[in-house]
Design a protein around this ligand. Structure first.
Ligand code: ZN
Length: 214
């Protein structure tokens, strides 16, 4: 999870949010109309905010089914069904989060509210496995609520780590051949790219790069 800077409300919501909300509130429908909140402009804005990644696990969503998640469940707050601040982009795993009754969103980290420094205080990685830092209850609840420790996610993170170490090994080989210990600007850039906001699982790489002093 990384902090996500929410972009301004898409025009379609500026125009329709109130109307759609009152329609839904006066209906007996259990769920809001997904064809409305999945409007292409809404989806496109959420995708640009997160660089096409799930807000919770940072999995890239290109070629992977993505969902628009109601951060606060519609069951809890029907009036937030089409509220821009309540719409998050999610992979199917994270959208299958534990309901507020089990773990409230208030007890977990929020990518659209918590700064990177806060997120890093509560979460870290041992290889590809996500952990709560120290005795962080918020970290533990975040992992539990959004199921950030599934085997499937471990596998995806592990594959990405392999990519990273392959790049690092090539650089180390070249350093030995050229009898130098420092990194060239290009080499440093190649490694730092893994921690860029637009890379998958960038928090894991941000912390790893810091740990190995890059
Ligand atoms: Zn996810």
């Amino acid at each position: 999870m990384r902090y996500i800077n929410r972009l301004p409300k898409p025009q379609i919501l500026v125009e329709k949010e109130q109307h759609w909300t009152s329609q839904f509130l006066s209906s007996t429908n259990k769920r809001p109309d997904s064809s409305k909140y999945r409007h292409p402009d809404i989806l496109a804005t959420l995708n640009s905010m997160s660089f096409h990644k799930c807000f919770y696990c940072e999995q890239k969503l290109k070629g992977v089914p993505s969902e628009i998640d109601h951060f606060i469940e519609v069951d809890e707050r029907r009036e937030l069904a089409y509220n821009w601040d309540n719409l998050y982009l999610s992979c199917t795993n994270c959208n299958n989060k534990l309901p507020n009754k089990s773990i409230s969103v208030k007890d977990a980290l929020d990518a659209c509210f918590d700064a990177d420094e806060v997120i890093e205080k509560h979460l870290y990685f041992e290889k590809e496995c996500i952990k709560a830092r120290g005795n962080s209850n918020i970290g533990a609840k975040t992992i539990q609520k959004y199921k950030l420790d599934t085997i499937q996610l471990d596998l995806l993170r592990s594959r990405k780590l392999t990519d990273f170490y392959n790049v690092l090994l090539k650089i180390k080989d070249l350093q030995i051949k050229q009898k130098r210990s420092s990194l060239t600007i290009d080499e440093k850039e190649k490694l730092l790219q893994f921690a860029n906001n637009d890379s998958s699982f960038s928090l894991m790489f941000k912390l790893l790069l810091r740990k190995i002093g890059i």
